[in-house]
Design a binder for this molecule. Structure first.
Ligand code: ZN
Length: 346
């Protein structure tokens, strides 16, 4: 081992102090180095980001990441010895240190994902999803990128039937909102990462669950001015579509109807539906799946034939509105909404 390396290692080892969770390594003329809890005792590489070090497996990184594989191929060629000058390599516990220009939390999320992929039961926050996408893209790790994108596609799908399924649950299940996070953060993230396929359903969910004030005036929202305008425009269009395209056409007497009272029943239902949509302050997109409960409710006013007719009209108008949903937010048609992919090269 060259003297320079030995001294460097010695300096770090001698000045280490330990507390219960982390080990701090004091370096002269620099911020204290924090040792992450992700410090694998048989690891063979140390990654350093900001002032945090992670001891990890070189082979595992190389297996998942084209970027790291190429980098390690240069740093540690199999037969000819290191190509980089040995004196340029700092060692910690005999592991070479690689400094990354990333946030420590991004590196942490990436490494935990790789080492605990099978038992990874953490439901990521929006900040975690951002880490996954940034690192998955930057270091060419398809599994990391795809995991984040698939979580979003599950919550905000491009098929109406999947959207109805996902809305049957109150809470998001594939990610969570950490303290201080809102779906406005997610709007910014999917725009930044250009994840287009989830945008119509996400935007629809945001404008129908946020008040007009929070979209327009909330100073704490991270929404850019451009996205505020896009969402407010989409909100107005969606409300208009709910009025004209859905509720007006959701009642109609069946041609098989023989019950005179149904005519009056349809009029009453139409009036109440229009009032509900027109006078409520929120937007009701009307994509809820038709259920037995709807059949019973409409059955109070209508005969079975007319209830079936209303169900068919409702499902038809839901389909039409869903098909138009991207255009309400200024997006291309569903079939033209693509997502970037991260592909490992060999
Ligand atoms: Zn009828």
């Amino acid at each position: 081992m060259p003297p320079a390396l030995a001294e460097s290692t010695l300096e770090r080892n001698n000045s280490r102090t330990e507390d219960s969770d982390r080990t701090f390594v004091a370096l002269s003329s620099s911020a204290p180095i924090i040792r992450s809890e992700l410090w694998l005792s048989d690891g063979n590489i140390v990654l350093e980001a900001e002032n945090t070090q992670f001891r990890f497996y070189r082979g595992l990184l190389a297996r998942h990441s084209t970027f790291f594989r190429n980098m390690f191929d240069v740093m540690f060629p199999p037969s000819n010895g290191p190509l980089v000058h040995a004196e340029d390599i700092v060692l910690v516990e005999e592991c070479p240190v690689v400094c990354l220009a990333d946030a420590a939390e991004d590196v942490s999320y990436m490494l935990y994902f790789l080492v605990e992929a099978r038992s990874f039961d953490l439901v990521p926050s929006i900040a975690n999803l951002r880490s996954a996408m940034c690192m998955g893209h930057k270091y060419t790790i398809p599994s990391l990128w795809n995991d984040a994108v698939q979580r979003l596609r599950y919550e905000f799908p491009s098929r109406l039937e999947d959207y109805q399924d996902s809305r049957n649950y109150d809470d998001n299940t594939r990610f969570h909102l950490a303290d201080g996070e809102t779906l406005h953060d997610l709007v910014e993230l999917v725009q930044e990462m250009n994840i287009q396929s989830v945008q119509p359903a996400l935007f629809c969910h945001v404008v129908s669950s946020c008040s007009l004030d929070s979209l327009a005036n909330d100073a704490s929202s991270p929404l850019s001015l451009e996205n505020r305008v896009m969402l407010l425009t989409g909100r107005a269009r969606l409300k208009d579509a709910a009025l004209r395209d859905q509720y007006q056409s959701r009642t109609g007497r069946s041609s098989h109807c023989t019950r005179p009272e149904c005519a009056e029943g349809h009029t009453r239902l139409q009036a109440s539906l229009l009032c509900r949509v027109a006078f409520i302050s929120v937007v009701i997109p009307g994509f809820e799946e038709w259920t037995d409960r709807d059949t019973r409710l409409y059955g109070r006013e209508l005969c079975d034939e007319c209830v079936l007719q209303v169900q068919l009209l409702t499902e038809e108008t839901q389909r039409k509105t869903w098909d138009r949903l991207p255009s309400l937010f200024g997006l291309p048609n569903w079939e033209d909404l693509g997502d970037p992919t991260v592909v490992a090269s060999r």
